[in-house]
Design a binder for this molecule. Structure first.
Ligand code: ACM
Ligand code: ZN
Length: 419
């Protein structure tokens, strides 16, 4: 987009609708929210375009549930800072958050857990609510990518449908944090039928061409002792359980391809062999992303080292509310470079962009979510939008003043002693 402001007037130009949308966002920053009295605009000429096509932000609504109003506010914050992909983490061991017609157990059972003190905790989005959010996001030039976790992080689904596990259950929806052994059985064709009917409805709701299937942190304990899983390993000529995981993902990819969707998975999907058209979401550092890009796969970079917003913001974290651990100061987010040197020059275009993740084990309230997001969200927005050679942390911190002022006006609970 292009913005020209001079004595003759104001011109916003772009070749696309989203370009105009971003011109308006920048224009709003220029008027600095002087909502009273005289508004003075600087005479400027701006030509601006994004560095990356994937400027993502993730929200885990499973460990703690966030209602539609909050999700919309989240999307508003994204749009204002020119993020364009909302990664909606909808299923987990601790809760399944999307209503699926024909599978009522997911809303009735999988969406609820027994929390500390014995009370029922949970919730889910109806199909209508999901449609509403997706439309709301579209109006703000944000695409929504749903994540349906498999084969691991699936205990909530198995609490309602234990027949798709290796042991048959019974299971509870999990009420603590961690990685759990109960996963989808890879030897049972009915498991795939179940997942296919889930995806049939998911695909109807989300027009974006990408679907995230998780794929991270899947223990192989149950598979190694399950007759059906072992039979599958034999009949498919697989070497081990890693290859069985790869079989699982490839089989799901075929389902998605049938619907013209592209599969995204966390970097564990590299283990045992990558599905042919999969996009790798690199989170355990950048090595998975480097390997995948060099093999010719598209990649989204979300390394824990630079963009895990559930980490503490201060080294002396006694001064902060309880978080999961780690240390991710503002400066470290700003330093993030989504294209590491180890990616071959002719493969760099395969890095679609970068994304920050907000896991919510210790994010119980919307105020705490704000604290984890801000001001780090401002730093990443510049990383994924602006040219690499224009980056300057000192200058960023100066400009941050305006954003913090605006955060004050909006009564956002941002972290005030960032480093
Ligand atoms: C992840 O953080 N387990 C993808
Ligand atoms: Zn099994």
């Amino acid at each position: 987009y292009r913005i020209q402001i001079d004595a003759a007037g104001i011109v916003l130009q772009a070749s696309t609708e989203s370009g105009i949308f971003y011109a308006i966002q920048t224009f709003c920053q220029l008027i600095k929210e002087q909502l009273w009295g005289e508004v003075k605009l600087p005479c400027v000429e701006i030509e601006d375009s994004p560095r990356f096509k994937w400027r993502g932000l993730h929200l885990d609504v499973c460990r703690h549930f966030f209602d539609v109003d909050f999700v919309k506010r989240y999307i508003d914050w994204m749009a204002l800072h020119k993020y364009n992909v909302f990664h909606w983490h909808l299923t987990e061991d601790q809760g399944w958050r999307i209503e699926i017609p024909g599978l009522p157990g997911l809303a009735d059972i999988s969406a609820w857990r027994t929390a500390t003190g014995g009370c029922r905790y949970g919730g889910f989005y109806t199909q209508t609510e999901i449609c509403d959010v997706v439309r709301y996001a579209e109006e703000r030039h944000v695409s929504v990518v749903p994540e349906i976790e498999l084969p691991g992080h699936a205990q909530a689904a198995l609490a309602a449908y234990p027949e798709y596990s290796c042991t048959g259950g019974p299971f509870d929806v999990v009420s603590e944090w961690g990685v759990f052994d109960e996963v989808f059985c890879a030897g049972n064709d009915a498991t795939f039928k179940f997942l296919e009917s889930v995806f049939e409805h998911v695909i109807d709701l989300f027009p974006f061409e990408y679907v995230h299937i998780g794929g991270d942190e899947c223990p192989k304990e149950r598979w190694s002792k399950c007759q059906k899983c072992q039979k599958r390993i034999n009949s498919e000529g697989l070497k081990n359980e890693d290859e069985l995981q790869s079989y699982f993902i490839k089989r799901i990819e075929k389902v998605l391809i049938k619907y013209n969707k592209r599969l995204i998975g966390w970097d564990e999907i590299l283990e045992g062999g990558l599905a042919p058209n999969a996009i790798v979401h690199s989170w355990r550092g950048m090595d998975g992303g480097i390997e995948a890009a060099n093999e010719g796969h598209e990649v989204i970079m979300s390394p824990t080292t630079n963009v895990y917003l559930d980490y503490y913001q201060l080294e002396d974290n006694d001064k902060e509310p309880l978080a999961i651990g780690g240390y991710l100061p503002l400066s470290k987010v700003y330093e993030f470079e989504p294209i590491p040197d180890k990616i071959d020059a002719d493969k760099r275009h395969l890095i679609l962009g970068g994304q920050a993740n907000l896991w919510t084990e210790y994010v119980q309230t919307t105020k705490k979510a704000e604290y984890m997001l801000f001001p780090r969200l401002y730093a990443l927005s510049e990383v994924v939008w602006s040219p690499k050679d224009k980056k300057d942390y000192t200058d960023f911190v100066t400009r941050l003043g305006f954003h913090l002022q605006r955060s004050d006006q909006k009564k956002l609970n941002y972290s005030k002693n960032f480093e």
